[in-house]
Design a protein. Structure first.
Length: 95
């Protein structure tokens, strides 16, 4: 069986609206960000997911949960790992 890796960025956050770098800051998705993920999710309906990997940051967890719900694949294991988290922006955070 062919293996496929799908890489998807999380949906929109309040920081995107403010055009600032947040890096490691743990932000939730905005309503628009949740809608973005709901809209894109069906494009992955033909893929048989064996596992979903996310960072431990809230916006990625929310995005993956929406995808799992839209595609009805809540049974697929989700693995969250800090190694996948965004970089810390240090003094550039929120700029």
């Amino acid at each position: 069986m062919e293996k496929i890796i799908v890489v998807l960025r999380h949906g929109r956050t309040p920081a995107n609206d403010e055009d600032v770098c947040t890096g490691y800051e743990d932000l939730s998705l905005t309503a628009e960000g949740r809608d973005e993920i709901k809209i894109i999710s069906p494009q992955f309906s033909g893929i048989r997911f064996g596992r979903i990997y996310t960072s431990t940051i809230r916006r990625t967890l929310e995005s993956s949960e929406i995808i799992q719900n839209v595609l009805n694949i809540s049974h697929v294991p989700r693995v969250s790992n800090e190694a996948l988290n965004d970089r810390k922006c240090g003094p550039f955070s929120n700029m």
